[in-house]
Design a protein around this ligand. Structure first.
Ligand code: SAM
Length: 295
């Protein structure tokens, strides 16, 4: 096994940070070292310094993408953090639908930033479809719905943008095919309505897939998707250091429509990072709403 010197480690840490915002402190150096070792072997190089030289060279772009893919942690599940999703569905979606309808704005845009293999955006799609149906069971529809009823009642247009920095998770997400183990948190009523059983796998129905648009976005960059009503960025920021988290939260502020909402992971918080959001709380679910600057 090749030895990674402190100087080489610093160079590679800085390069990864600059590329994608991921910060490898002492607790995670071991992981970084292990993944670097694998890439070095794959590239048949004999020193970390020559690997670094490759990464910064004109031909190194693909290898840098490969390295970043190898460094991401893609753990996810359907209906992750149920209390937070209840807050989103029962309180926030109702409020957003009501507020937008009053303005005759029938576009709802939700962004799952760091969507991994798709369980998060598909969960959001199922919750939105149910919420819309229930809202219009209690309130008059703005226009007649065709028969058979579409998943989203017209004139509403729902777009769930799901993005990640890893092409391989985006490919899996687009397929939307899950095994029994991955379906553990999906109860039978959701399975029946929103999945097709093909062999021993559960495949997300086309009508649900049609609501979700997958794309590559690196959260480190300045050009991120705008005009969102809600952003989910859960269990992503925890791999960034504080200055990068602060930058990201300010970017999210600009990517949200006024009065928009941001959800972060269970182990993450905006406390001490920003004054631009206020906490919203319901039962044990937590989210954040954009604070509007008074003119
Ligand atoms: C632990 S998963 C979280 C998945 C999902 N949000 C959830 O909470 O279940 C983190 C995801 O963030 C992605 N990620 C990490 N750094 C990123 C960056 N700079 N830009 C975009 N996505 C990133 C990883 O590829 C990974 O799929």
């Amino acid at each position: 096994m090749l030895v990674l010197t402190d100087a080489e480690l610093k160079l590679l840490q800085a390069l990864v940070y600059q590329e994608c915002g991921m910060h490898f402190d002492e607790r995670r150096t071991h992981f970084l070292q292990d993944r670097l070792q694998r890439r070095l072997k794959e590239c048949r190089l004999d020193s970390f310094y020559s690997y670094y030289r490759l990464l910064i060279s004109g031909q190194g772009k693909n290898e840098l993408t490969q390295l970043v893919e190898n460094l991401t942690v893609n753990e996810t599940s359907f209906f992750r953090n149920k209390a937070q999703l209840d807050l989103f569905q029962r309180e926030i979606l109702d409020e957003v639908i009501h507020r937008k309808q009053a303005r005759r704005d029938y576009n709802l845009r939700i962004w799952s930033a760091g969507c991994s293999t798709g369980q998060e955006p598909y969960t959001i799609a199922m919750l939105v479809a149910d919420s819309m149906a229930y809202y219009y069971m209690r309130n008059a529809l703005p226009m007649e719905s065709p028969i058979p009823k579409p998943l989203i009642p017209p004139p509403w247009r729902v777009e769930i943008l799901a993005s990640d920095i890893s092409y391989s998770v985006l490919r899996a997400a687009q397929e939307g095919s899950y095994n029994e183990h991955q379906m553990a948190m999906v109860d039978y009523s959701f399975r029946l309505r929103y999945f097709d059983k093909i062999g021993d796998r559960y495949v997300v129905k086309k009508a649900v897939k049609d609501l979700v648009h997958f794309d590559f976005h690196n959260l480190k960059t300045e050009y991120l998707p705008q005009r969102n009503d809600v952003i989910f960025c859960r269990n992503v920021m925890m791999y960034f250091d504080e200055p990068e988290q602060k930058r990201l939260v300010e970017k999210f502020y600009r990517c949200l429509n006024s009065q928009g909402y941001l959800f972060v992971g269970h182990a993450e918080s905006l406390l001490g990072l920003t004054e631009s959001f206020q906490m919203v709380h319901h039962r044990s679910g937590t989210g954040y709403q954009r604070v509007e600057v008074k003119a």
